[in-house]
Design a protein around this ligand. Structure first.
Ligand code: 4AD
Ligand code: MG
Length: 431
């Protein structure tokens, strides 16, 4: 007897097979019992006829609760009306692990209850679809950079200094060396990598002690950060738009089944093709004013501002040249206007907000030293970073894409908590 998985049933029509999985659901009507089996690759209706199996097996089905683990055997039949298009004419049922009173039932549960039971909630169809899409996005990201000559370079997670401002640092004691901080971004290390290898990307977990409780913030999230030597802000924007097109079009092509399970309206995603609109911060401020928003030039864009701006476009929009004051110390100033940073944020449509933040980096040693001083950053901790400007400095640029924001947008989710297997937020660090 062939052991198989539900996703491979099309190769086994008419054959006897065995499958292992969990009871997703069951019902019975007199002489027939139906068990919907879930094996991590799909769902399968297993049909038990009273006459075809022993009394003992027939009665076993009654006793087993939702999520009991079982082995089933039977003959595969095409059945267009059944979930997945196949059905098992079942001849045997074995218990592997019995379950009773599984906490998550088909009825509606509150979000807090589901998050408390996240380790079990992950078994639900929508959560499985999200995890599959997340996985495919990760692969699309890696393939994109690998195919274009980038080298993956893993930055440290325990670091001696802040990259993205000191207000969101997680700190920890580090033996006799004083404090260490969980990384907010791998960028500074990616810059060292770009000077060694030309084009690199980092991809890993990053941490921000975000004190705000919003649907767009996690305290632990994954970021991918390409960094390119001999590149300016325009090159950076070219790379970002090609990258977004590639990710979205790959998911549309390969993850239809999951997008349908999530009831995602994909018409707006289909628009994500180059070129993406590029507007300056000044133009973004004009848009806000035209829409009756009382916005002060010089402020950073807030979540609502981003939504108003992105609503003017049917694709992600790139906003470039922000006031330097609201951006990080390492960004290069616009040679045409010293008040502006050569920065770009990409805002996703449909109110999903900033998914990419990037910039051309300050490559002049004296200017960078002055910025570090201005911002009261510990000069000593940045000496190694300044060396990159001392020894063969070149124009360079890069960006960071938030994986969870991207998953949330592509899946059409309300909140980031469902985009990562086990979310970490200001009020949650369990399970
Ligand atoms: O704009 P950010 O802070 O940029 C950087 O960290 C740069 N060092 C990147 C670079 O140029 N290499 O963060 C980049 C992206 C944001 O656009 C957003 O998608 C995501 O990271 N992000 C978060 N995602 C979830 N929760 C949070 N608290 C996030 N903070 C940033
Ligand atoms: Mg940002």
């Amino acid at each position: 007897m062939q052991k198989t998985y539900i996703k491979d049933l099309s190769n086994h029509v008419g054959e006897e097979v065995s499958l292992k999985g969990w009871i997703f659901n069951k019902r019975s009507s007199g002489k027939i019992k139906f068990i919907i089996l879930r094996d991590g690759t799909g769902l399968l209706q297993c049909v038990y006829f009273k006459g075809n199996i022993s009394e003992e097996v027939f009665n076993l089905a009654d006793r087993l609760g939702q999520e009991s683990s079982i082995e089933v055997k039977g003959k595969v039949k095409g059945e267009p009306r059944a979930v997945g298009g196949y059905e098992l004419d079942a001849s045997d049922l074995k218990v592997i692990g019995e379950a009773h009173d599984y906490p998550i039932t088909p009825k509606e549960h509150g979000v807090e209850f589901l998050m408390d039971n996240r380790h079990l909630w992950l078994r639900s169809s929508k959560q499985i679809a999200i995890m599959r899409i997340r996985h495919r996005i990760v692969k699309a990201i890696r393939d994109f950079f690998d195919d274009r000559g980038f080298t993956l370079m893993d930055p440290p997670i325990l670091t001696p200094a802040a990259c993205e401002g000191t207000s969101t640092l997680f700190e920890t004691e580090y033996f006799d060396l004083g404090k260490a901080y969980l990384t907010q971004s791998g960028q500074l290390y990616a810059e060292a990598g770009a000077m060694a290898l030309g084009k690199v990307y980092t991809f890993g977990p990053t941490f921000r002690a975000e004190k705000s409780k919003t649907r767009r913030h996690l305290t632990e999230f994954w970021m991918v950060e390409p960094e390119v030597a001999f590149a300016d802000l325009n090159d950076d924007m070219d790379l970002a738009e090609e990258f977004l097109e590639c990710i979205v079009q790959t998911i549309l092509k390969e993850k239809q089944e999951e997008l349908i399970a999530l009831e995602r309206d994909t018409t707006k995603l289909a628009n994500v093709k180059r070129p993406l609109p590029r507007i300056s911060y000044d133009e973004a401020v004009e848009i806000l004013k035209r829409n009756g928003i009382d916005f002060q030039w010089g402020n950073d864009l807030g979540g609502t501002d981003e939504t108003v701006i992105s609503n003017q476009f049917d694709k992600p929009v790139m906003v470039h040249r922000y006031p330097a004051e609201v951006k990080a110390f390492y960004m290069k100033r616009d040679p045409n206007n010293d008040k502006l940073a050569l920065a770009v944020d990409v805002l996703a449509p449909e109110g999903y907000g900033e998914i990419i933040g990037g910039s051309q980096r300050e490559d002049n040693l004296e200017v960078l030293q002055a910025r570090i001083k201005e911002q009261n950053l510990p000069q000593q901790a940045f000496e190694w970073y300044l060396d990159l400007r001392r020894y063969g400095s070149v124009p360079h640029a890069g960006f960071g894409l938030g994986l969870e924001r991207t998953v949330g947008w592509i899946c059409g989710l309300e909140h980031l908590r469902e985009t990562i297997p086990f979310a970490r937020m200001i009020y949650r660090n369990t399970p």
